[in-house]
Design a protein around this ligand. Sequence first.
Ligand code: FUB
Ligand code: ZN
Length: 642
Amino acid sequence: MDFISWKDIEFKDGFWGLRQDVLANATADAIYNRFDETGRIRAMNLNWKEGDPCRPHVFWDSDVAKWMEGTAYLLYHRPDPELSDKLEKIIDAIEKGQTEDGYFNSAIMTLVPEKRFKDRTNHELYTAGHLMEAAVAHYEATGQERFLKIMEHFADCIEKAFVTEKTASFKTPGHQEIELALLRMYHATNNPRYLELSAHFVRQRGLDPNDRVFSVPNGTPPAYPPCDNQLYYNDTYAQDDAPAHQLEKAGGHAVRAMYFYTAMAGVALETHDEDLFNACRRLWNDSTGRKMYVTGGVSAERYGEAIGTEYVLPLELSYAETCASVAMANFSKAMFCLEPDGKYMDMIELEMYNGALAGLSLDGKGFFYDNALMCRPRVTDFFKGIHATPLYPPYERQELFECSCCPPNIYRFIAAIGQYFYSTDGHRLFVHQYANSSASVAWGSGKITLEQKTEYPWDGDIAVTLHGKQSFPGEIALRIPGWCSSADIRVNHQPVPYSMKNGYAYICRRWQDNDLIQLHLAMPVTKLFSNPNVTETAGKCALRRGPIIYCLEGIDQPEYDIFDMCLPDSYNDFSLTTMTIAGQKVTAIGGVAMVSDPEAFSGPLYTTSLPHRRPAPMRAVPYYCWANRGVNDMTVWIQHNG
Ligand code: FUB
Ligand code: ZN
C-alpha cells in the first residue's frame, strides 16, 4: 500500500486550503515567535550559560523540530523566503553543534554533556526522533540531503550506543518516537539499518526490568537505574509492562502509547510479523472501542496524561491531549497499511475535523493542550490543582505552554493533511478523504491528476475528475464513511455497478481522461448515544452531522443554560444555517430544546417536583470552533429525553 505523499496534493481553497492559509499567515510565526521568546530557538546554538534566562529543557528540541517539520511541509506549496531562512538557520545550528560522532540534544549538551544516554527519563531519543522526522520532511520538500545526512549521522550514533557498543545506560526510549522516525528514515534513505534499529527498539521494550524507571514499587522510586527526573508513575506509564507482542490493553501515557503503537504497526508491516499486527489490532480496538471520547480524544486520565480505564470518560476533566489525537491519526494510517479497512480512515477523519482540529484556534494563534468536552468557566477554579502540571483554563486557547508539545504538533498535522487522502495498491486507487483539492497520483504505469470539487465537510456532494493521458483500467475505491447510511455513486452522471467491502465502494472499469465520479453522501443530523458503561454521558446525546461533532456554546443561547437544555427523544427536526465564527463560515445546527422555567433557577435548592419545562431555540456549532468567541460555557453532550 503506497500513500500519496503530502506534497502531491494541493489545497488551494476549501476547508483545508483555508486552514493551510491560516497556518502560513499566522501559525508559523506565532509558534516560532513564542519559541524564540522562551529561548527554545536560541538553545539550538548551544551557547546558553549559567545565569542566562531561559534554561534549556531536555525536550525543547522536539518542539523546535515539530515546527521545522510543519514549516518544511508548508513552504512546499506556499513559498516564503523569510520563513525558509528561519528554518535553514536552525539546520545550520544543528549542523554546527552536532558532535563528531553524530549526537545532538541542546539541553544535554549545554547542561550535562556527561549524561548523554545515561538517564532514560531524559527524552533524548524522543527529541532525536522528532529531529529525524523534520529532516525527512525537509528532504521530501526540498530534495536537499543536508539535514537528512545530519540525522543519518545521529541515527548511526544511536545505533552504536544502543546496539553495537551498548554504551547507553538504558535499553529503550523513556518516551517513544524514535521508532516511528527511524521507519521514516528507512523509507527516505532505503537504508535497512534504520528499519532494524526501529524494530530493535520495538522488540526490546518491556523485556529488561532495569528499564522500568517509571515504576514506584511500594511508593519508593527505584534506586537503580539512577533516575533524577521528577516523574514516577508505573510500568504501564511508558508501556514497559509487557513486550509489545503481548500488550493486551491500551494504556499509560497516551502520546507515548500512540507513537509506540504506530511504530509497532509499521514494524509489523515491514517484517511481516503477524503476532505484532495482532497486538496492534487489540490496542487499536481497545483504545477506540472503550477508551475514546466521541470527538476522537484519546486520553481520559489526567494523572500520567494517560489513556485511562475502559468506559471512564470524564467530560469536564477530560485530558484528551491534542498530540494524542494527532498520533491516533498516524496509528490508524499505519493500521490501514496492514488491513485496508475504512474504520481506520473514519478514525483519521474524526481526528481531522474534531479531536485534533479543536487544538487550534480559528485565527491560528491559540492552542489547546488538553481538550475539554464540557466547560463551565464559573466552576473552573473549583478544579484547580487537579492537573499534574500547571492548570491552563480549559476555556481559552493559549499561545504557549510550559510544555508546548501540542502547538507544533497540530501545525505539522494540518500542514501535511494531504498525506491521508489517497493511496494505491497495485491496480487499485483508494480515495480516503474528501476536500477541495488537486492531486497528482502515480497509478499503474503512469500519472493521473485527481481534482476534487466539494463543499465537504459542510455538504456531502463530491465531484472527482480524473485526468490522464490515455485510458487506464483499474479499480477506484471510494470510502463511504461509517457515519453515512446512504450514498449515491455515479460516473459521468450515470449510476455504475460497484461492490462494497470494509467501508469502500469499489468501482472497476477502464477509466478515461476527464471521467467524472460523483459521490453523494447523505448527511442528516444524527443523535449519538454512549454505551451505558459510560456513566458520565448517561441520559445525554451528542449531535453529529457528516464528520463533524457539534457542541452547544453559551454565547449562542444567552437566555438559557446550556446544561439545562434537553432534547426530547422524539425530536429530530433539526435545521441547518450558515453562520460566521471568527470570520469563517460554518454550518450550524438549529433545533428546539426543552428548558426549565426561569422560576426554577431562583427557587429552592431541592424540591419534590420536577421544574416545568418549555420549548426554546437551540443552536449547536462544530466542536472544533468552540472557544473562539470569548469565555463561554460549552458542552458536547446534551441532556436527552427530559
Ligand atoms: O513529554 C513530552 C511531551 O510532553 C509528551 O508527549 C506530552 O504528553 C507532554 O507530556
Ligand atoms: Zn502535546
